[in-house]
Design a protein around this ligand. Structure first.
Ligand code: ATP
Ligand code: MG
Length: 575
């Protein structure tokens, strides 16, 4: 894998350097802790690259840890997709795959430690009451009437919670910290809740008691010997609780939490919750729809692991929020594919061109290089005959000035082939162009015509050997650059008793209606018939494409456009 080579430094690496220098830390250990409740997205790529990258560079370890404390929304499908995506990005997992649920027994014993110290209690308030008692940023909280239960009573109740003697939601275990703390996270946070109705994907029906994230995370980090626990900025206010848990429980190791800014991108959303809504409402095909900012979606769109790693490297890591331009991501892919993708010719909207001075039934095979610079990619044979197809956009009857393609009476070079001149146009009753009649100059293969200049070069395919294919042109999923304030999509957008209208919902109202255009008439050169799924190419003059896993009607191969050749959007956007 080609790795970004420029210097990788950021404030987190500076902290680590300092910790190693002072001896605060001797062995660097990080973790990437996704909750298996959705597919990984670009934001996770930033985190994966940061955590695994640091482990690699400091000869440490990085654990993949499934933060699976909320079985209600989790599944094995998500667990598997996450492992696959991390590996596909090029990071080695080996044996270092962990589940927070592996620690449930230990966490339970730790909770008893807190109870025995009088630092945790079983509360019978309902979740609404707990919320109400918690107070607000301006109003201190109130203590629960159950707060002063004795350790013996709490031990007994907690044991019975575990045994399944109480209904879901009727009791919780809370830390006893400070209901008047200015930090709401310290106002007796919930540590455990009861959930009977779900079967956990790992622990099955063994537990009906589930620890919360804030309780589980520091302890899992400690048990795994994590030195630097890197998370996004919204957890900054949780750090005092992270530290509180580790201060009051006897753990063998003391990790530190460091926060960094999450990745936000233009024209897309990086939130599993919102992405789930797109999938569940059928707005996209699935998690791997090529318009999705998921790793699976980007992969199907044509992104390479190298492009995504380069992107993660370039955006860097800081403490301040920003929105990254989409062109930054696309340029990473262009650079990679420009250097490595073989070239092919595909006509998206075919127009027939008949070369009247070329013998009927004759076919010749022309040599075409697979890459303009990288000779190691070799050459291929292109059949050339009397009838070929060019793109409709490459012929113009009333051409504007500077038009460098084919016009009536004008000449153009067929890429990797001869120069042709258009002599007549055949139209149907509606005035639509049906075909063009041309003649070719047999002296122009691989050399310029004598005594005249031909500027334009267009791509083409031989009619006799053309492969019908389906082309999918993808554009950004949303029409607006920033979707920060997007509310939820209603659960079922077609449901009659749902009063909210689609246009009221920012996610739906801001969808780009042209995010997918399917072209069914496209024709490609014969070498494209035998490509494997995920093979990537530059279709000359059209963009970079990847062979999809699906087939179109009549078994046609489907190709997705990964990215255009140039960033045309930047010009449109800034008038
Ligand atoms: P989402 O809001 O999409 O559900 P999350 O933070 O809840 O994201 P997790 O599965 O908990 O998702 O995330 C695993 C790791 O990835 C966490 O350490 C989290 O901080 C990090 N992460 C998630 N989203 C981003 C992002 N947009 N930018 C950087 N890191 C992210
Ligand atoms: Mg989360």
């Amino acid at each position: 894998m080609t790795e970004p080579t420029s210097v990788k430094t950021n404030f987190i690496r500076q902290i680590i350097d300092e910790d190693l220098r002072t001896g605060k830390c001797t062995q660097v250990a990080t973790r990437f802790p996704p909750e298996p409740n959705g597919y990984l997205h670009l934001g996770h790529v930033k985190s994966v690259y940061l955590n695994f990258g640091i482990a690699e560079d400091y000869q440490g370890n990085c654990n993949l840890r499934f933060d699976d404390t909320n079985p209600h929304k989790e599944s094995m499908q998500f667990v598997e997709s996450i492992m696959e995506d991390v590996r596909w990005l090029g990071f080695y997992l080996g044996e270092r795959i962990y589940y927070a649920s592996d620690y449930f027994e230990r966490l339970y014993e730790f909770a008893l430690e807190l109870i025995d110290q009088g630092l945790a209690y079983v509360d019978d308030l309902t979740s609404e009451e707990i919320r109400e008692y918690r107070g607000t940023l301006t109003k201190p909280g109130r203590e629960s009437p159950y707060r002063n239960r004795t350790p013996t009573e709490n031990r007994d109740l907690f044991q019975r919670m575990r045994n399944g003697e109480y209904l879901s939601g009727t009791k919780v275990l809370r830390a006893k910290i400070d209901m008047e703390s200015p930090n709401i996270n310290l106002r007796d946070p919930v540590l455990y809740r009861i959930r009977h109705e779900v079967v956990h994907h790992q622990t099955k029906a063994n537990w009906c008691l589930y620890p919360t994230y804030d309780y589980t995370h520091p302890l899992s980090d400690a048990l795994e010997g994590i030195s630097h626990s890197l998370c996004t900025l919204e957890f900054e206010d949780h750090r005092p609780l992270y530290d509180w848990v580790l201060e009051h429980i006897r753990v063998p190791h003391r990790p530190q939490q460091i926060e960094f800014a999450r990745l936000n991108m233009e024209y897309t959303i990086l939130s599993k919750r919102k992405l789930t809504q797109l999938v569940e409402n059928g707005i996209v095909e699935d998690w791997d729809d090529p318009r999705m900012p998921t790793v699976a979606g980007l992969r199907r769109r044509g992104y390479t692991p190298t492009a995504l790693r380069t992107f993660a490297h370039r955006i860097g890591v800081t403490k301040s929020d920003s929105i990254v331009e989409l062109s930054m991501l696309e340029n990473c892919l262009r650079e990679d594919l420009d250097a490595h993708a073989p070239r092919r010719m595909v006509v998206l909207n075919p127009l027939k061109l008949i070369i009247d001075n070329y013998p009927k039934e004759q076919v010749e095979y022309l040599d075409a290089p697979n890459h303009p610079k990288d000779k190691t990619l070799g050459t291929r044979k292109l059949p050339y005959g009397r009838e070929i197809y060019i793109d409709k956009a490459d012929f113009c009857e009333q051409a504007p000035k500077n038009y460098k393609r084919l016009i009536l009476g004008g000449e153009v070079r067929l890429r990797n082939s001869y120069v042709v001149r258009c002599d007549t146009i055949v139209k149907d009753d509606q005035g639509e162009i049906q075909e063009l009649h041309c003649c070719y100059d047999p002296e122009t293969l691989g050399k310029n015509p004598v005594g005249r200049k031909v500027k334009g070069v267009i791509h083409w395919v031989a009619a006799s050997h053309a492969i019908p294919m389906e082309i999918r042109l993808y554009e950004r999923l949303f029409a607006t650059a920033t979707l920060e304030s997007s509310k939820n999509i209603p659960k079922n957008k077609n449901s009659k008793d749902n009063n909210s209208k689609d246009e009221d919902n920012p996610l739906i109202a801001n969808l780009n209606p042209d995010s997918l255009i399917v072209l069914t008439q496209a024709l490609g050169e014969p070498s494209l018939a035998t490509t494997q799924p995920e093979a990537r190419f530059q279709f000359e003059r059209e963009g970079y494409f990847i062979r999809d896993k699906l087939f179109g009607p009549e078994g046609r191969p489907v190709f997705n456009r990964a990215v255009t050749l140039r960033d045309t959007w930047a010009k449109i956007k800034t008038p």
